[in-house]
Design a protein around this ligand. Structure first.
Ligand SMILES: *Cc1c(COP(=O)(O)O)cnc(C)c1O
Length: 449
């Protein structure tokens, strides 16, 4: 009988994360202080983030980092996650490709974000922090952080992008159920929020505005640290648990991926599934292709500029070297809230420059068509973010149908869409649309100081 799912025993769950920075042919450029333009050290970052996270952020030496025992214990509540062969999707497409997906939606929080929320809160608690704050787009990160904060005995304050709060009200309920306080961003509770609202009273928020507010709260509140669910290198390190498990599970299936695909917001679930396999491209001469799928309404990988830019709208963060659409880029109100960020992570940006991976951009309607096909074949309603990976997978699988190639395609199912049913309703009713950006739309945004 054909095996459908591959699951690891608890004793087989990896006990170390993988840090691709140690193996990259060219290291990411350093983050810079916006005023002096000098590279930042651990001490410069440690007044905002937990110190251990800052050390991981700038660690270009150690390929392997031990997962702390208490974090591993919490991982065991929901890991390993299954690796699944998508036989029904393959059949519906009539493709000779073998399609596998790593199912990161099967934890109570519903997405991969919990993999990094747990260590970030653990490290914060270890160094005596009492409060954590963060931004959240669609709300998956905020939900994961609220739970992780509670698990390790911290108070959490979350700024949620206003449009997402309206589109997905249940995510704020989840956060509040775990004990967090939730504010829509831009809000009147911070200087940054007030300034944004004064300039633009109908601003519906972006990850950029929410980050400004959370960073400001962390900087002005003693005992409060800021946490980030994506973009930064330490987040990609924590998410490597996805790919490290997948590597073992693909071996159980007796296969190795020719293509690895994930959707792309700031790069954490992409890095999580891709980097452990990319390691073998860099070190062992494997030739796996890596594809990051972004919305064509937020196309930083395919149409952004590689430059130093701020991570937030107000310009409070360090300058980060990345592919960016400009820190004041206002994305269309697409339903993939987690993919509406203006910049790509520093590691991914360097890997794209070096030709080790590439991006594809996908229109909103194609992602929903893919998501619905996946739901009707595999029985899982995917997050609108994850549907970008499914759409890119379908494109690759249909190419195989033309060429007859039996490629092995692995994609990451970053989350489920059970709190995104309004979006599915709108798609089914024919009320969703594509958004295309002109070159002028892209050129008018501000990059750097
Ligand atoms: C946050 C999120 C993303 C996008 O973030 P990345 O850091 O690029 O992974 C994708 N999918 C889901 C389900 C998310 O919650």
């Amino acid at each position: 009988m054909k095996q459908k799912k591959f699951i690891l025993q608890e004793s087989e769950i990896p006990t170390q994360w993988y840090n691709i920075q140690a193996d990259m042919p060219n290291k990411p450029l350093p983050p810079l202080h916006p005023a002096t333009r000098q590279p930042l050290g651990v001490d410069d970052l440690a007044h905002i983030f937990p110190r251990e996270c800052c050390e991981q952020e700038l660690n270009t030496k150690d390929a392997w980092i031990d997962i702390p025992e208490p974090v591993l214990e919490k991982y065991k509540y929901y890991r390993s996650t299954p690796l699944v062969r998508a036989y029904a999707l393959e059949e519906a497409l009539g493709t000779p490709a073998h399609i596998y997906f790593k199912n990161e939606s099967v934890n109570p929080l519903g997405s991969h974000k919990i993999n990094s929320a747990l260590p970030q809160c653990y490290y914060a608690k270890q160094e005596g922090t009492t409060n954590v704050t963060t931004e959240t787009g669609a709300g998956q990160w905020g939900a994961a952080l609220s739970y992780a904060a509670k698990v390790f005995g911290l108070e959490a304050a979350v700024y949620q992008v206003k449009i997402s709060m309206i589109q997905k009200p249940y995510r704020s309920s989840i956060m509040r159920t775990f004990g967090a306080t939730v504010e829509g961003s831009p809000s009147m509770s911070t200087r940054a929020g007030k300034d944004i609202i004064t300039k633009n009273p109908t601003h519906m928020g972006s990850l950029g505005t929410a980050i400004s507010e959370a960073v400001e709260l962390a900087m002005t509140t003693p005992g409060c640290k800021y946490t980030l669910g994506s973009v930064l290198n330490h987040v990609a390190i924590h998410q490597s648990i996805i790919g490290l498990e997948a590597e073992k599970q693909m071996a159980m299936a007796g296969e190795y991926p020719d293509t690895v695909i994930a959707c792309f917001g700031g790069g954490s679930n992409f890095g999580g599934i891709a980097f452990p396999f990319m390691r073998h491209n860099i070190l062992d001469g494997k030739t796996t292709e890596f594809i990051a799928a972004e919305p064509n309404s937020c196309p930083k990988l395919t149409r952004g500029k590689f430059d130093y830019d701020f991570g937030d709208e107000a310009g409070l963060t360090p300058l980060l070297p990345m592919y960016t659409l400009g820190h004041d880029f206002k994305p269309a109100n697409i339903h993939a809230g987690g993919l509406r960020y203006h910049g790509a992570g520093m590691i991914v940006s360097q890997l794209i420059k070096d030709g080790l991976m590439h991006g594809v951009d996908i229109p909103q309607l194609e992602t929903f068509e893919a998501g619905v096909l996946f739901a009707r074949t595999e029985g899982i309603i995917p997050a609108p973010e994850s549907s970008h990976a499914i759409a890119a997978t379908i494109r690759e699988a249909l190419k195989c149908k033309e060429t007859g190639e039996e490629k092995v395609i692995l994609f990451n199912l970053s989350g489920h869409g059970l709190i995104d049913m309004t979006a599915y309703d709108q798609y089914i009713n024919g009320d969703l649309m594509n958004y295309t950006l002109t070159d002028e739309d892209i050129a008018k945004n501000k990059i750097g100081v």
